[in-house]
Design a protein around this ligand. Structure first.
Ligand SMILES: [Cu+2]
Length: 582
């Protein structure tokens, strides 16, 4: 939520505590389609307050890479979610966290990395080792203590019963229970990850540690001459708040949660000792609400010669054409695979910086203070390399899922219009073309199996939302600015700006799209997996509806019914015409 001129003007409400502010407006009011927001519900209690965190020494602790899990037997893994204790900084004690452990890979916070290979299916038995239902684990403001979990592999093309979506669409795993998810891995190499997706508790569980990397690999990727092995590293970047005793603090006093300290793979503001050579970094934004715009700045110096950053992959796979960047916006749940070249930077220290505001609005909006977190971690470059660097960044990285432009899907694609808006200030909702809806309303997004659809997301809310679809691989088509929305929330045709193509680093296979305010953002894909799953905002506080009780999540049912009610797209030119119709 952010300030904006009417009808989104909630500046007057800034002086009220967040939840009181929301309930004061929405209490006993009908929000969206038939959803009653009750006053006096259990969630109406004033939540925990998080003050400023104690600040430990920055860039003191070395980053850690999560261990790679070994299978119990070929093709089978066991992941146990459990309560543990983890120290987020060497100056701090271990404090209560959640983690996933696999045999031989115990983790106090986050989970081990599960590496899969294309065409080699695996099963993952997820065991819920959390305490019995009714046992509070954290002094947060969770809506319940049922302590059930699910495991969702984000960007995985898995069958619906293994997708780990929240109740009531699927049964969750109760404490003491287990469930086995099947992952066919019948997809191109990509930086997938996994995380909890329990109904209305996802934000709490991920914040406390239930997330991990699960990249898929293939033989094509193995042939790319990019840095690999110890010179390929993964960083899960989060923001957190801590109490004076270094325990985790978290709440939903506001529609979004923003921490005041950066945490990378479970360590506050770490350093990473690197050699003067090229590295492949997978940057995962595993934060609740915060977007980052990463850059590099020399510590204690002003060298203009910044190490080159080249994006080679994003969410679901490789870019056909690697994209050099000087800054890189990464919204919650997005992944970017970036080659950073420290060659020639011997004995220099480079800080990974952030200049994105919190919350994020326009794509290019800059806050030099990075919304309170201007620096994330530091790369300390050594004086020599342990071996020659034979890596290179080729002109093209052809994969099975990036050879054709997204326009190749348009001839038989239908156009589905969806929206994000705030009927009540501070309560973002998703909807179809005509109405704002809640998670529990009837499904309205029902693509036909094996058909292609363009989704045009009309965001007339004041925030950027990273919109994520499960069980489908998508490509960004581009965006159109909207100057004005009419009283029914439709774009006023004459105010729609020119088509804006994707930024070069967004052109790979994706499933999470930054949808900025007052824009129509369009993506396309073919829905090849049948069944019921979800699409949602990946600001986890929005997805859970943690403050408002309105979830920014919708069911999605891929079935047999032709979607002839939707217009046929045909071409880019025709899409542009359709987008300009209200
Ligand atoms: Cu959102």
């Amino acid at each position: 939520m952010r300030d904006k001129t009417p009808p989104h003007d909630h500046r007057l409400l800034r002086s009220l505590p967040g939840r009181a502010r929301m309930l004061g407006l929405a209490g006993a009011a009908v929000v969206g389609a038939g959803l009653l927001v009750p006053t006096g519900s259990p969630s109406a209690a004033e939540p925990v307050r998080c003050g400023p965190s104690p600040v430990p020494t920055f860039f003191a602790d070395e980053t850690r890479q999560p261990p790679v899990a070994a299978p119990d037997w070929p093709g089978h893994y066991t992941l146990t979610a459990h309560v543990d204790a983890h120290s987020f900084h060497s100056e701090w004690p271990a404090v209560r966290t959640l983690g996933y452990s696999a045999p031989g890979a115990p983790m106090q916070y986050l989970g081990p990395t599960i590496v899969t290979e294309r065409g080699k299916p695996i099963d993952v038995t997820v065991v819920n080792g959390l305490p019995p239902a009714g046992t509070p684990i954290f002094p947060f403001d969770q809506p319940d203590d049922r302590n059930s979990i699910t495991m969702h592999r984000h960007a995985g093309l898995q069958p619906a019963p293994s997708d780990g979506v929240p109740a009531p669409l699927q049964p969750e795993i109760p404490p003491g229970g287990s469930m086995t998810n099947h992952f066919p891995n019948d997809q191109a190499a990509g930086p997938l990850w996994y995380h909890d997706h329990a109904h209305r508790n996802t934000s709490y569980h991920v914040y406390a540690g239930l997330a991990g990397f699960s990249p898929n690999t293939d033989e094509i990727e193995a042939g790319f001459p990019l840095p690999r092995g110890e010179f390929a590293q993964r960083f899960a970047i989060q923001d957190k708040k801590f109490k004076p005793d270094a325990t985790l603090c978290y709440n939903h006093a506001d529609p979004e949660f923003f921490g005041d300290l950066p945490v990378v793979n479970g360590t506050v503001a770490p350093k990473s000792s690197v050699e003067p050579r090229r590295y492949t970094f997978t940057l995962l934004n595993a934060s609740d609400s915060r977007s980052y715009r990463f850059g590099l700045r020399q510590a204690g110096g002003q060298r203009a010669n910044v190490p080159r950053m080249t994006v080679v992959g994003n969410d679901s796979g490789y870019l056909l054409h690697p994209a050099p960047v000087s800054e890189l916006l990464v919204a919650p749940a997005e992944r970017y695979v970036v080659v950073v070249d420290f060659t020639g930077h011997e004995a220099e220290n480079w800080v990974l910086t952030n200049n994105a505001p919190a919350p994020l609005g326009d794509l290019d909006e800059v806050d030099p203070d990075g919304g309170g977190i201007p620096q994330i971690m530091r790369f300390d470059v050594g004086t020599s390399s342990s071996s020659p660097d034979h890596s290179q960044i080729p002109e093209a990285l052809p994969e099975t899922n990036n050879g054709l432009p997204p326009e190749a899907l348009l001839p038989d694609a239908r156009l589905r219009t969806v929206q994000a808006a705030e009927a009540t200030p501070g309560v973002p909702q998703l909807g179809d073309r005509d109405r704002l809806l809640d998670y529990h309303d009837e499904p309205t997004e029902t693509p036909q199996l094996d058909s292609a659809e363009v989704w045009a997301m009309r965001n007339r809310s004041p925030d950027a939302h990273p919109i994520h679809l499960h069980m489908v691989e998508l490509r960004l088509i581009g965006r159109w600015h909207v100057g004005r929305w009419d009283a029914d929330g439709r774009p006023v045709p004459g105010t729609i700006g020119p088509f804006e193509p994707p930024r070069p680093h967004e052109t790979g296979p994706k499933e999470t799209f930054v949808s900025p305010p007052d824009y129509i953002t369009a993506w396309v894909g073919r829905f090849t997996l049948p069944g019921t799953t979800v699409w949602h905002c990946h600001i986890l506080s929005h997805e859970d509806g943690a403050m408002s009780m309105v979830e920014m999540m919708r069911p999605m049912v891929v079935g047999s019914a032709p979607q002839t009610q939707l217009p046929l797209v045909g071409s880019r030119e025709r899409l542009d015409e359709l987008i300009r119709q209200p």
